[in-house]
Design a protein around this ligand. Structure first.
Ligand code: PMP
Length: 470
């Protein structure tokens, strides 16, 4: 019998992985065990997680970007607690809730001129699903153009706009008219748009998979091209939004004015699912055409008081603690720090990204011994080398990092925006230690890949090790 949460957690301490494997996702639990990420976290604060032995972990994943303000931020906790204590009427369904209105007003204050309407959602993928529908209805056209390697979510519509075949395979035909072009390719975009049947071009201003940024000239040119041809621009800021890239929204780096901006992740401080579609009123007018169509697109849980109250508090924290500026500053410290190691480590080839969305790429070495080792590892599995970094970062240094995508030698950092200089230094020292180890062959670092490959082979193809961001 459940008494209270604390008692329940104490009674079942240490059973998380067992229950998850039995009832939720055994393949994921196998991966966690194999890469040594099977820890029992019991609390978290700021950029740090603590396990059941009281050991601290530096979290450079931030829950895939949701904890921009850090874990357990007291101001966001207070807002949620207050919303509960006030017994504020939540989700009265035939109603126009005040807190949602306040958050919409606040959110729009950061948006480009003319983006004046909000539709709240429960997730990033749901925001993109809505954006697809709105673009099709508003333009009367069907096709959506997206980038190679794009990631917009994993429900059917946004999955159709996924640039990696590995996510789509086996799920049948998805969205008619979804058209992939190479990332940042203005000629390909022009050719598709000239066909006259394109509803929208959707893009992540900084691509999450692999952390790629297009040529700076691409963005404004694409926007002009779309506007001239009646094609809507959908800027997916689910990951890049709310200061992640060193600007409140990444499209501001290029002074863009998208027709639709989708957001989620960091919006409600990581506590309660919350996303939004921010868009122009003329698009709204073509979707919600009259009273009969006032809920033609709708959902049950969004506009909920806890999520929207957390959203308002999160935006306050971002401003009060100057976290957007901190993201730019700490991002530069990390990228400069990693770049300064490049001349010592021949496999360290590139550091890229914006603000605190950072990709670190490795490449084939020139020296013969390392070259042979590199080739051997890549013959085993194209995603394995990056695990040679993330696994010891965790096992030896208790730092959470991730592989940036399938079949690439890139690791990705997405730390909370509250990260300070001391933790940046902690990361850089650990990273240097791990990378130095990879440059010794034979050595223990290379043994990791053999162990991982063996575990993967033993478990069968279905558990090919993927710990990249879903
Ligand atoms: N768009 C982008 C750019 C994302 O990074 C993600 C999540 N990684 C999504 C959409 C999907 O968001 P969610 O997981 O909340 O559905």
């Amino acid at each position: 019998m459940v008494t209270d949460l604390k008692t329940l957690l104490t009674a079942h301490a240490g059973r998380g992985h067992e229950l998850f494997a039995r009832h939720i996702n055994p393949q994921l639990v196998r991966v966690l065990r194999t890469i040594g990420f099977d820890r029992n976290y019991v609390s978290g604060e700021g950029a740090i997680l603590y396990d059941d032995a009281g050991e601290p972990y530096l979290d450079m994943l931030a829950g895939y970007g949701v904890f921009a303000v850090g874990r357990s931020h007291p101001k966001v906790v207070k807002a949620i607690r207050e919303a509960l204590e006030l017994s504020y009427p939540n989700m009265v369904q035939m109603d126009a809730p005040l807190v949602a209105g306040l958050l919409a007003e606040r959110l729009l204050s950061y948006m480009p001129q003319g983006v004046d309407t909000v539709f709240f959602t429960n997730s990033g993928t749901e925001a993109n699903e809505g954006a697809i529908k709105f673009a099709r209805k508003a333009t009367g056209r069907k096709r959506i153009i997206y980038w190679d390697h794009a990631f917009h979510g994993l429900t059917t519509g946004s999955l159709a706009l996924n640039g990696g075949a590995e996510f789509q395979k086996g799920f049948g035909e998805l969205l008619p008219g979804a058209t992939k072009i190479p990332m940042g390719d203005i000629e390909a975009l022009t050719a598709e748009i000239k066909k006259g049947d394109v509803a929208a071009f959707i893009f992540e201003p900084v691509q999450g998979k692999g952390v790629y940024v297009a040529e700076p000239t691409f963005y404004a040119e694409a926007e002009r091209l779309c506007r001239e041809n009646g094609v809507l621009t959908i800027c997916d800021e689910v990951q890049t939004g709310f200061g992640r890239t060193g600007r409140m929204f990444a499209h501001q780096h290029w002074n863009l004015s998208p027709d639709i901006v989708t957001v989620a992740k960091a919006l409600s401080g990581g506590f309660i699912p919350c996303g939004a579609i921010c868009y122009r009123r003329w698009i709204y007018d073509r979707v919600f055409t009259d009273m009969e169509h006032c809920v033609v697109h709708s959902n049950t849980f969004s506009r909920n008081v806890l999520a929207t109250a957390a959203g308002l508090a999160t935006l306050d924290v971002l401003e009060e603690e100057a976290l957007v500026e901190n993201a730019a500053k700490m991002g530069a410290l990390i990228t400069d720090g990693v770049r300064s190691m490049a001349d010592r480590f021949e496999m360290l080839s590139e550091v890229r990204g914006l603000g605190l969305m950072i990709g670190i790429e490795f490449a084939e070495p020139r020296s013969l011994r390392l070259k042979a080792a590199w080739k051997m590892v890549h013959a085993l599995n194209r995603s394995l080398f990056a695990q040679m970094i993330t696994v010891p970062m965790m096992k030896r240094h208790r730092i959470l990092t991730q592989v940036a995508g399938h079949n690439m030698d890139v690791i990705k950092l997405l730390p909370p925006l509250i990260i300070d200089e001391a933790n940046v230094v902690r990361f850089l020292e650990a990273f240097e230690d791990v990378v130095a180890d990879c440059h010794k062959f034979p050595g223990s670092a290379w043994k990791v890949t053999k162990d991982l490959a063996a575990a993967s082979a033993k478990a069968g193809r279905a558990t090919r090790m993927d710990s990249s961001n879903p």
